[in-house]
Every structure is written in structure tokens, then in C-alpha cells.
Design a protein around this ligand. Sequence first.
Ligand SMILES: [Zn+2]
Length: 253
Amino acid sequence: MRPYILAETNWEALKDANFELAILPWGATEAHNYHLPYATDNIQADHLAAESARLAYEKGGKVIVLPTIPFGVNTGQSDIYLDINLNPSTQLAMLSDIVAVLNRQGIYKLLIFNGHGGNNFKPIIRELGLRFPKMFISFCFFPQAFDKTAYFEEKGDHADEMETSLMLYIRPDLVLAKEKWGDGKAKKFKIKAFSEGWVWAERKWSQISEDTGVGNPHKSSGAKGELFFKDITVKMGNMIFELCQADLNDLYE
Ligand SMILES: [Zn+2]
């Protein structure tokens, strides 16, 4: 039983507890190339959040990890079999109920630990911030914590070398044999401004990738995944500890 994981702890341990920070991992259920499980984003968020929280907890951070939300925004993948879409408005409704509980019970810090690129919490956090002025709500997206090119050779953002390497480290039992891996070849918008990143539109996933992957996974390895996992969780653990200690009335310098 890990005392910083809500799903594993109990009323005996929590009846007199007073946490500073709640962490809410948020993933997605979606195809990940041919070879990774639909729960890839959930598994990654689960393991990364738990290990990061452990490091903060062991330093004295009063942190509790809530159960991972398994569905995310998959509006661009409506025709990919059993990709389960949660609309952004549904995410807002769910988050506002969760935040209401934390606010009522005096846990004023929330970190959303995002594991899925289609989830966009910025506008939701802005709106909830107005409704719950005592709450300090933040989110992180772990692939952005480091320059990925220092760890992985191939670029990508879905079932790519990073995700395959992480899964080979965390849950190798759920990764299909290498001969089943698709090459994650993805088409780009013909209009240059979109691939340069200064104009955005949602990609119609089934039209850009045949195997659903974006990014070649073939140079993936468990060793690369392990190195990335360890560096991410140390960095996240430090950030989580700092968040626990932070005085919400004295955030700026
Ligand atoms: Zn993913």
C-alpha cells in the first residue's frame, strides 16, 4: 500500500490527513500504432505520476495521487475503432466536480498530470480559476519536461520512439514483438504554415497515418525508456515537492 496513492490507501490512514496537493493523472484510450496498448497514455501517466509523487512524498511533501482518468479528447479520431472521445466540455464538467471537492475540503493545490497530447487544460483551468479563486490549478505534460531529441533519435508525437521506449521499460508485457511495429509514417498538411506550427487545425488521424502512429518507433529500447523515465520523475518529483511547499500568497518574485 502506497500512502500517497488514493486508490490504495484507506480511511484509517486518511481520516486525520491533510494534504497540500492533489495530483490527477489524465490519459486517453486510443490506438497506438499496431504494437502498443490502447491504455498507453494511462499507463505512462499512472507510472510517471506515482513515481514522481513517491520522490516528493519521501522528502516530506504532502501529496496524494488521485485515480487516473482513462478517457481523453480524441475528436480527431472519430473513425478509429474504439478510440473513446471525451469532449473538452465534458472534461470541464468533470474537473469542476473534482475541484469542488478539493476546494470544500481545503486541498487548494491541484496538478493535472497530463499523459495525452489531445487534452488541452489551459482554457479549462482559466475558467475554473475564476469560479474557485482559492484553488491553484496547474497542469504538466511530461514530454515537454525535457528536450526529447537528447534521448530519442526519431521525431514523433504518437506511439513514437519515446512512447515505445517508455512502454518497453514500464510494461514490456503489453508491447507486441518488433516485427509487428508499423513505421509510424505520417502525412503533413500541404499548407506550409501548418507544419511550421504558427497556424493550427486538428489533424484527421485516419488520413495522416495508416498504422495510427506518428513517429518511427524502430530505434526504441527499454534502456532508453528507463533513462527518460528516471530523469522525468526526478524533475517532476522536485517540482511536486516545490508545489507542496509553496505559499499560495507568495508565488511571485
Ligand atoms: Zn500516447
